[in-house]
Write a protein that binds this ligand. Structure first.
Ligand SMILES: CSCCC(=O)C(=O)COP(=O)(O)O
Ligand code: MG
Length: 250
C-alpha cells in the first residue's frame, strides 16, 4: 500500500464511498418511490415544491425527447400533473437518474422519513473516526461533500446519521447544481469555491468516471471499494490507487 496522501482538504462522494449503496438503493429510493404521490398531494401548493414542480415540468420535456416511451409531458391540471409527475419520478428512480430537480424532490420526501426516525443515515464504521481525526489536526483538515443527492438530502443524512449529528465535522456541501460529477469543470469550480488549489484536495469516490473527471481537474483521487459496489474495470485499477477504508488516507 502506498504511503497516505498529503492533502489540505478532503472531498467525499457519498453513495458507495462513505455510505452503502444498499442504504440508498434499498431504503432511500424505495421510500421516495412509495411516498412521492402522497407527498405531492399533501404539499402541491407549497411554494418550495412549486419551484421544483416547475423544474420537473421542464425536465420532463427534455427527457421525453431522450426517453419518449417512458417520460410524460406534465399536464396542467393538479390531478393530471401529479399523476404524470409520479410516473416520471418513479421511472427516474428505477433507472437511477441523477437529475437535479428529481433529487431535490427526493430530499423533501426523505426529510419526513428522517424526522419520523424511519431511516438513519448509514456511514461505514471507518468513516466517523477518520472525520474526527482530520478535524483534530492542526490546522484542521476541512471536509466537503460532493454527491448527486441534493445538499438538502446530504444534510439530512449527516444530521440523522447512525453516528448522530455529524454536520459539525463538515465544512461544506456540493450537489449537481455545481455541475455533473463526470465533468472536470465541476471539480475546478468546487476548488475555487473552497479556496484550495486542486492539487491539495483529495477526492474519494466509488465511480471511475468521477475519478477521471476529478483527476483531469488536478485533484488527488482514490477509488473506494466497498462490499456491494459495482466492480472496477482493470483500467481503473491500473490508473488509480484503490482503497477499502478511509483509514488508508491518514
Ligand atoms: C445524499 S443521500 C442520497 C444520495 C443520492 O441520491 C445519490 O444519487 C447518490 O449519489 P452519489 O453521488 O453520492 O454517489
Ligand atoms: Mg457514489
Amino acid at each position: 500500500m502506498p504511503p497516505p496522501p498529503e492533502f489540505s482538504a478532503l472531498l467525499l462522494d457519498i453513495e458507495g464511498t462513505i455510505t452503502s449503496i444498499s442504504f440508498v438503493k434499498d431504503q432511500l429510493f424505495p421510500y421516495a418511490y412509495d411516498h412521492v404521490e402522497r407527498y405531492l398531494q399533501e404539499h402541491f401548493e407549497d411554494d418550495g415544491l412549486q419551484g421544483i414542480v416547475s423544474d420537473l415540468r421542464g425536465l420532463a420535456k427534455e427527457q421525453s425527447l431522450l426517453d419518449p416511451d417512458q417520460v410524460r409531458i406534465v399536464r396542467d391540471d393538479k390531478a393530471g400533473a401529479i399523476e404524470d409527475l409520479v410516473h416520471n419520478v418513479r421511472h427516474w428512480i428505477n433507472t437511477d437518474k441523477k437529475l437535479t430537480a428529481m433529487k431535490a424532490l427526493q430530499g423533501l420526501i426523505w426529510e419526513e422519513a428522517y424526522r419520523r426516525g424511519d431511516v438513519k443515515g448509514h456511514l461505514y464504521p471507518d468513516v466517523f473516526p477518520v472525520l474526527e481525526l482530520l478535524c483534530k489536526r492542526s490546522p484542521p483538515t476541512p471536509i466537503y461533500i460532493y454527491s448527486s443527492g441534493s445538499v438538502h438530502a446530504q444534510k439530512l443524512l449527516f444530521t440523522h446519521s447512525i453516528n448522530g449529528d455529524i454536520t459539525g465535522k463538515l465544512s461544506g456541501y456540493f450537489d449537481t447544481n455545481v455541475g455533473l460529477k463526470g465533468e472536470a469543470e465541476s471539480y475546478k469550480s468546487i476548488c475555487r469555491q473552497i479556496g484550495r488549489d486542486a492539487s491539495e484536495v483529495l477526492f474519494l469516490t466509488d465511480v471511475e468516471a468521477e475519478a477521471r473527471a476529478a483527476n483531469e481537474a488536478g485533484l488527488q483521487v482514490r477509488l473506494v471499494v466497498r462490499q456491494g459496489n459495482a466492480p472496477l474495470s482493470e483500467e481503473a485499477k491500473k490508473d488509480f490507487t484503490v482503497i477499502h477504508t478511509l483509514d488508508d488516507i491518514i
